[in-house]
Design a protein. Sequence first.
Length: 767
Amino acid sequence: MTMRRFPLMLGSAAIALAAQTAWAQDTQGNESNLEDIVVTAQKRSENLQDVPVAVTAIAGSLIANSQIDASENLPRLTPGLSVNRNANFVGLFLRGVGTLYANPGLESSVAMYLDDTYMPRTATAAFSFNDIERIEVLKGPQGTLYGRNAAAGAVKVVTRDPKIGEWEGAASMTYGRFNRTAADGLINIPLGDRIAARVAVIYDANDGYVKTNQPTMPRLQDRNLVHVTGKILFEATDNLTLKLSGDYGDKKDREGQAFTNLENSCAAGQIGLCLGGTGANSFYDNGLDYPRRGTQGDKMHTVNGGAALRADLDLGPATLSSITAYRHYKFTGGADLDGTSIPFLHALTDGEFTRSFSEEVQLVSDSSGPLKYVLGFYYYKERSGGAFTISGLAANAQLGLTTPLNGGTVYDDPYLTARAKFDIESWAPYAQATYEISDQFAITAGLRYTSEKKTQLYHTLTAGIPGVGASVIASEPEGQVKFNKLTPKIVLDFKPVDDVLLYAGFSRGFKSGGINSPSTAVPANRVTPEVLDSYEIGWKTEFGNVRFNGAAFYYDYTNLQVTQTSLECGASCVVNAANAEVKGVEADLTWAAARGLELGLGVSYLDTKFKEYFGDSYVLSSTTAACAAAVGTPDTADDAACLGYTVVPDVDHSGRRMPQAPKWSGYARAGYTTALASGAKLVFNALYSYTGNIFYGPDPSYGREGARNMVSGSITYTTPNEMLSFTVFGDNLLNEKYRINVSRQQTGGWYVPGAPITWGVKAGVKF
């Protein structure tokens, strides 16, 4: 099947299944095999089919059967979602809106939640989770109920609560390609008539799938993580419930560290190759020389954890809730950004951290009357900061030095270090109400007011020379930016029959502005908030054994924040890019075709463009007038003007596609369970996902990724008593060569390769 036929395949399948829906409408007497899905997208527990919001809800069992071990793989079951990954940056994009890099002075446009707690750094999406109840992907602006930094939507990982009065436990062991060794377990412990505890732990490690052609360098793209979650649920009285949650994750490996030279020759613009370095010999090869084992930053080390206390007091007609949370995050890691065997451009993120506290108070009505409401107040406080260091020939050039390089850590050669620290404070009252005008019509209206203050406590640029010392060469005084924003929402929904919900609405979301630091550009540039106005119509239908949901939308997007890469701002910086628009349609369909057989299909179509944007572009330096002038002089010292890429400012990108926005994406899945004569079960699962080509910037000079076809599958045998299970699974079964991130730079650039075909076996026990 060619890629051109993919949209046709999805369209044909949708028509066929729509016909099945019409047939099912006439056979409503048949019992449905579809499982009800409960979501908390509107701060209350509701059936997915009754929520006039575009939500993709993925059950924990489907996540496990599809071999989705981290949030970065969610796009396989969520059309319209894309994830890019390198180092500690996990770039989430929903419907073409997102953030590639978010340093301590900025945040993501897609909010990430663990249960009720906001996760300020999307690096947490790289962690694996187990004991998941479901994952909810809320699409479109969530400005009323979720506030700042949910301009594109929100991703909520919902873990299972303790079960009072029940013992439950499970454990499994996994072995797979690249010496993957994993183990996970959970236990539910009843501690009394009104109290129970639940603990889940996961360990996942492998040796990596990228080889280096330097004998002193380790393999890259390995994984080594431990993540623990725990909850205590206490029903203190008949109307008061307390839930204490905690989690801790430690990830220390080289996953995301395989910065591979983007170009394969000096003539193509890779400066490291021009200066005598060697690069990758193949797609899964790497020529980097830093960081070696035992040096500072040799592995990407992320520590992430937190605690939350939720109290729910049932007042009868409403429930009063308090959610108090604390989060801690820290990261250290080195990177060879030239991707070659010489010390041209080495980098170290040293001690990036975030500590946050939040308090949310909610009053949520019951669902008995025609009026349902949510009233709330949210307070958020954050201290964050970090240091970013570069060294090598590129840093020497910025410092005007010709000092011979020693290699080793970034501090063994002349270096530049940018440091910054921030205080962030935000508060927001909000309200949303739904009134049932009649049995068929309802209207929802909401409003949130956000007041936010970001204070940059300091931002310095330090130059250091081994044996001489270090000194601050640039700094800026304490500075502050403030943002105040109203984010309204209004939705009208209509139920022509019991199993059909149609809705149309307007909502606004905004991503907070900030300060683009730490950066080697001092003073750092300020970024204003981006604002997204969404107009959406949607439908949710369920007849017999078919569930068919979808939405069509239009975004008016102003002051959007985009990422540009240049040495002047420390490899990457965020700027505002005027205006853009997004138009799209998406749909998901689930069909319980027969007993034990479930089929799923999803599709997204995006039409995005910059309406007005004058930004940077890249051209080969060898084609510029500056190069021609340098070659024309007898002095060869200025011939460096012909190396790498040159940034061309103020290029008109109006009318071009937005980055990270595939026109087509979708999936098809199948799951089948059959009982054997012995009473044992066999479960077959298969998943195919497609992502169309994307651009990594406003024009092709930033890099382009071709269409991607991913196939995974598993077969599980479960014993008659359901205590033991054995699984064989495989991923990327077509052995697609794809990249999980690309970055064009003046030095040439780099990419990070995605994993090739993998396989494994898993044995599990329940008790």
